[in-house]
Design a protein around this ligand. Structure first.
Ligand code: NAD
Length: 388
């Protein structure tokens, strides 16, 4: 399959090509019955991208476009598969009429960006015919989305006339989620004096810290960029610690707001908190680490439930009457209620919260599939189609 663009050719490689590189798709541990995985290459701009659509039962997929200098194509594939699945579950738990998908662009965002590259990505998006909408993510910006949108309507989060930076809205959902977790685990309705360790003070973490400080929480912070930790110290009275210390500090809440995989075999024994609740995607290195948190009595706020604010915000752009911030913020309020339902069901069933959230999301998708099947108009199959 090839699509002619403006002087460039987008090629879509199949599974056979994957296998030639020694990389497996269907046998990958990150493969979870994804509906479609497409590789795109554009010679003119150097675009190398993978788009994964995990599940579109509840509606067209939504998920950001990440640009990262992956060490290998296999690493990029694993990332896009995991992230796309997370988006399906995130949309289902936020009761949004959308499915999950994700894009990864293999490249260094500091060196390899160009208008031609994002226009090629736009053509790649367009070839999916509206089954998938993308927006900015790690390594990409609204300006990049402007370039892509010159080629396709299936791009959200442009620099003007759109929902804008999702990070403050994501932070708002995380803050509400932390309050819900503190209420459930510590029986407290306020955060005055509650110690929260925030790892990462970037676009989301900074705003999480700001909201927590307004509530009187006692903040301990770390960022690889010391200037960010110092800024939080000045503005919020936070106590900065070294990046390699933050996961082990004594606090009621640990809020991972940097990268994924922070809850793993190495970090688990060091945790000295009662709650893990933060913005980062894929906080558990593996599902079993949710079980390990549960066994230690640490309450985990499933990442794709607590950090859904950004998705809720950007999905508002697809409403018939367009984006309305107040409506997005009202829907973000629901995150606290959803988390409380997960916590209470997990307590009743004696199960880890990540598994309970997976179960609830899975149930919603199954119901959607059943109702779609029940409403499907069954057209008689033409004789010619079955004859050959
Ligand atoms: P960002 O890149 O703006 O910020 C990340 C910050 O973490 C940076 O300041 C970085 O220096 C710091 N950091 C990285 N590794 C660290 C470490 N080991 N210790 C301490 N600090 C470290 O990213 P962001 O947009 O704030 O997103 C943060 C996380 O939240 C990511 O995992 C992202 O996928 C997730 N997320 C973001 C949104 C959103 O709306 N931006 C939505 C959902 C989920």
């Amino acid at each position: 399959m090839a699509t002619a663009g403006s002087g460039a050719v987008l090629s879509c490689l199949g599974t056979a090509a994957l296998l030639e590189t020694g990389m497996e798709l269907f046998a990958s541990p990150a493969f979870d019955d994804h509906e479609q995985v497409v590789f795109f290459f554009d010679r003119g701009s150097g675009l190398k991208a993978i788009i994964a659509l995990h599940d579109t039962t509840l509606g067209p997929a939504i998920g950001g476009c990440r640009m990262w200098p992956y060490a290998s194509e296999a690493e990029a594939l694993t990332d896009v598969l995991r992230l796309a699945r997370g988006m399906t579950y995130k949309a289902a738990m936020a009761r949004l009429p959308f499915g999950g998908g994700k894009t990864v662009v293999i490249g260094d965002p500091r060196r390899d960006k160009s208008q031609a590259l994002f226009r090629a990505l736009g053509r790649a998006m367009d070839s999916l015919g509206g089954r998938y909408y993308t927006g900015e993510d790690v390594g990409t910006s609204p300006l990049d989305m402007d370039w892509a949108s010159a080629e396709t309507p299936y791009v959200l989060g442009r620099s003007s006339g759109s929902s804008g930076d999702p990070s403050p809205v994501t932070a708002r959902g995380v803050w509400l989620g932390i309050r819900a977790a503190v209420r459930h685990r510590l029986g407290r309705d306020d955060l005055a004096g509650v110690r929260v360790a925030v790892q990462g003070l970037g676009h989301v973490g900074y705003h999480v810290a700001r909201l927590l400080a307004q509530d009187g929480a006692s903040l301990i912070v770390a960022d690889l960029d010391p200037a960010r930790a110092e800024r939080a110290a000045e503005e919020f009275g936070a106590r900065p610690v070294a990046s390699d210390e933050i996961l082990g500090v004594e606090a009621e809440v640990l809020a991972p707001c940097a990268l994924g995989g922070v809850i793993n075999d190495v970090t688990l024994p060091r945790l000295a908190c009662a709650i893990v609740a933060g913005a980062a995607n894929n906080q558990l290195l593996e599902d079993r680490h949710g079980g390990a948190l549960h066994a230690r009595g640490i309450l985990y706020a499933p990442d794709y439930v607590i950090n859904a604010g950004g998705l809720i915000n950007i999905a508002e752009e697809l409403r018939p009457r367009g984006y309305q911030r107040e409506r997005a913020l009202a829907k973000v309020q629901e995150i606290a209620q959803t988390l409380t339902e997960v916590f209470e069901r997990a307590a009743r069933e004696g199960a880890p919260t990540n598994l309970v959230a997976d179960r609830i999301a899975g149930e919603r998708i199954r119901l959607g599939r059943q109702s779609r099947a029940a409403h499907a108009v069954r057209e008689p199959v033409p004789a010619r189609a079955v004859a050959g």
